[in-house]
Design a protein around this ligand. Structure first.
Ligand code: PEP
Length: 246
């Protein structure tokens, strides 16, 4: 039985004051849920997360990482730096980075390797655009995105990933994949992971997951939790999704 995991992606939102209020409300409301949970904050706020969340069941992480360990890479943040601030997770290959920063699957794979080398758990995002889905290319697209990452990893390292299926057309749009549509893709991703002896990897669904659709999505056989954008900024919604996970 795989544990459920719910991760909030704050994207480029927040301030010291707003984060303090959100983190206080999350800590107060978290209770004894069976699901694991984490928030992925903008890099400047990781120290705030570390101070606020250390010793609590809520983990924290970053939204991106450099493929390089250190050196002349102005503006980039290395995986060891994220580890210094207590991060457990780092999102890699989010569709906003693939689309707006031209991140290729090869770069995402290198970032995954860098994160693993620093002891972080990479949350590797894959997903198709609406045009790709309409052209019947969903499985080919996500298969290539995951396959390129797995190609750089040993079986043991592949088993240390978290994977997130995020159909691009469902992110921030209010449009959600039906549970059956999501499960179909998750099952294919699971089969691909099994070829690397990594079938136990948690596969999260992301894309307009909200309190009212979370339970049904996470009840699917291969959906092991959620990667939550908009709803992670409201404590009451994020807590309801964690509760729905178990
Ligand atoms: C995301 O940013 O990863 C995401 C899933 O966003 P939203 O929940 O807002 O669709």
């Amino acid at each position: 039985m795989r544990r459920k995991l719910v991760v909030g992606n704050w994207k480029m939102n927040g301030s010291l004051a707003a984060n303090a209020a959100l983190l206080d409300a999350l800590k107060a409301g978290l209770g004894q849920h069976a699901a694991d949970s984490a928030v992925c904050a903008p890099a400047p706020y990781l120290a705030q997360c570390q101070a606020a969340l250390g010793g609590t069941p809520l983990a924290w992480g970053a939204q991106d990482v450099s493929a390089h360990a250190s050196g002349a890479f102005t503006g980039e943040v290395g995986a060891a730096m994220l580890a210094d601030f207590g991060c457990s997770y780092v999102i890699v290959g989010h569709s906003e980075r693939r689309a707006m920063h031209a991140e290729s699957s090869e770069l995402v794979a290198k970032k995954t390797v860098a994160a693993l080398a620093a002891g972080l758990t990479p949350i590797v995002c894959v997903g198709e655009t609406l045009a790709e889905r309409d052209a019947g290319q969903t499985f080919a697209v996500v298969g290539e995105q995951l396959g390129t990452v797995l190609g750089l990893l040993s079986d043991a390292d592949a088993a240390r990933l978290v994977l997130a299926y995020e159909p691009v057309w469902a992110i921030g749009t209010g449009q959600t994949a039906t549970p059956a549509m999501a499960q179909e893709v998750h099952a294919q991703l699971r089969a691909q992971l099994e070829q690397k002896s990594a079938g136990k990897v948690q596969i999260l669904y992301g894309g307009s997951m909200k309190p009212d659709n979370a339970r049904e999505l996470m009840a699917q056989a291969d959906i092991d939790g959620g990667l939550i954008g908009g709803a992670a900024l409201k404590a009451v919604d994020f807590l309801a999704i964690i509760a729905a996970a178990g």
